[in-house]
Design a protein around this ligand. Structure first.
Ligand code: 5GP
Length: 192
């Protein structure tokens, strides 16, 4: 998606050979217009997949998910990373090791929001080693729901998550795939 790639080039900060900071439009401040375009792109790609729910992880997955929800006319459910006084019983939980925070969180969602009747699109801001993706997939499996695939805003193609998911036959649609962050420069994978 060209508008997203332009934004990454203009405003992304390469923190190391493996970490990209995009807090001016995705991870802290949110560019609503760009997120709307992201939502339109995901909904276009998945419009024939019979999606009934979008599943994401708080907090950075919520904006692109809600924009996609608006277009597809289905709700977004976000997994919580922290325990909550109001989220106690009848949960699906999974463990996720965070690439950026280097800590393991137990993520949870209420069982009432995803059921065996659902066809789920999982959306996230980044795909790196795939830990978040596996945790969310685990929750979809526990619910007995069908997985339509993944919508990823930024995939770091030099890490293993995308490859592993695709090798398992899972559909992964990434709007920008980064090939390298070496020499403080963002290089995108060429689109076929
Ligand atoms: P994974 O679980 O695939 O290893 O990492 C994905 C999660 O880690 C995403 O939900 C995202 O929050 C975070 N993440 C991974 N790599 C980056 C990165 O380069 N920049 C930012 N801002 N977040 C990242």
């Amino acid at each position: 998606m060209q508008a997203l790639k332009n934004k990454i080039i203009e405003e992304g900060n390469v923190l190391s050979n493996s970490v990209l900071k995009v807090d001016s439009f995705l991870n802290h401040q949110i560019d609503a217009e760009l997120m709307q375009q992201v939502g339109e792109e995901f909904s276009e790609r998945f419009k024939d997949a019979g999606i009934t729910k979008i599943l994401t992880l708080e907090s950075s997955g919520i904006a692109p998910s809600v924009m996609t929800s608006l277009k597809l006319g289905v709700p977004t459910v976000f997994a919580r990373k922290r325990k909550s006084l109001t989220l106690i019983d009848n949960l699906y939980t999974a463990k996720v090791h965070s690439f950026t925070k280097q800590e393991t969180n137990e993520i949870s969602i209420s069982q009432k929001f995803i059921t065996a009747e659902d066809t789920v699109l999982i959306i996230d801001d980044f795909l790196a080693n795939g830990q978040a993706a596996l945790g969310l997939m685990d929750i979809v499996e526990q619910a007995g729901a069908s997985l339509a695939g993944f919508g990823i805003v930024i995939e770091k193609g030099f890490q293993t998550g995308g490859k592993e998911l695709r090798e398992r036959g899972i559909r992964v649609e990434s709007l920008a795939i980064i090939e390298s962050l070496e020499n403080e420069k963002v290089t995108f994978k060429e689109e076929k």
